[in-house]
Design a protein around this ligand. Structure first.
Ligand SMILES: [Zn+2]
Length: 273
């Protein structure tokens, strides 16, 4: 599932290919991809518009149109974007196509069909409840201490809560907890301030490194030119069950937390810490 670094990498490659291009028409190949408004209203409102600005919030991509409306997209599990020549055959899982004035197509492909497109006049309607960006100063130890206070939920579950911090998903949560030496099942409210500060630093470090390395490719994720990310080579615990911990040599274990596969070092990340 694309997390913040993958979404940013895709957006960085996509943006120069679509900036200032008039979207001359829209093909909705699977109607469920349009969350709001109706498919007919969506097509009518996007047709003839230009993308004047692109940005990201959490795992959402935001495209401001020249009538001040916002096209917002979420890739969910398997969504991806490409810009191709119109002659290129449509792929089986292409769900949404924006036909650009330069003869190219901006195509949204999504095998599992969880990805969504929104057209809104106020982006807060979609992204307003998101917590701070992990690399923003507002995601600080003081902020995180306040958010975790008194919470009995597992710390990993709260790291994945987009209302607390936006853009962290399963891969980077496991890697950050490992770096900070915090067990994923610890009750969030039981963490010491120094552990929370270490976890904030770890989240920032993991996300920054994954951005530098253009994301993590395990299965579906590709950059828009078809190439893979590089952070899969930097993973220390994620999907390394039974292999040695790179720090202490203990065998990495796998458990399930909140329905998500979770990987950790049983020696350094203690539940009874
Ligand atoms: Zn270890």
């Amino acid at each position: 599932m694309p997390e913040l670094p993958e979404v940013q990498t895709i957006l960085d490659a996509l943006a120069p290919l679509i900036w200032e291009q008039v979207i001359v028409d829209v093909s909705v190949l699977w109607p469920g991809v349009v969350d709001r408004p109706s498919v007919d209203e969506f097509v009518a409102a996007v047709r003839g518009r230009r993308v004047v600005q692109t940005s990201r919030r959490g795992k959402y991509m935001l495209f401001q149109l020249d009538d001040a409306c916002w096209l917002i997209m979420h890739l969910r599990m398997t969504g991806n974007m490409r810009v191709v020549f119109r002659e290129e055959p449509v792929q089986p899982h292409d769900r949404l196509v924006f036909h650009l004035e330069n003869g190219r197509d901006w195509r949204f492909n999504d095998t599992r069909k969880f990805g969504r497109a929104y057209l809104v006049s106020d982006p807060d309607e979609v992204v307003g409840k998101l917590g701070p960006e992990p690399l923003d100063e507002s995601f600080s130890a003081a902020y995180f201490i306040e958010k975790l206070a008194g919470r009995r939920a597992a710390i990993k579950t709260l790291l994945l809560d987009q209302r607390i911090v936006a853009g962290v998903g399963n891969i980077y949560a496991d890697e950050a907890l490992f770096r900070a030496r915090v067990h994923p099942l610890r009750a969030a409210g039981s963490l010491q301030p120094r552990e929370i500060a270490a976890l904030v630093d770890a989240v920032k470090g993991v996300i920054a490194q994954a951005l530098d390395e253009m994301g993590t490719t395990l299965r579906d994720y590709r950059r828009p030119d078809g190439s893979v990310g590089e952070f899969q080579n930097s993973l220390q615990v994620f999907r390394r069950t039974g292999r040695p911990c790179p720090r202490c040599g203990a065998m990495i274990e796998r458990i399930v937390v909140g329905g998500r596969a979770t990987h950790f070092c049983p020696v350094e990340q203690r539940l009874d810490a």
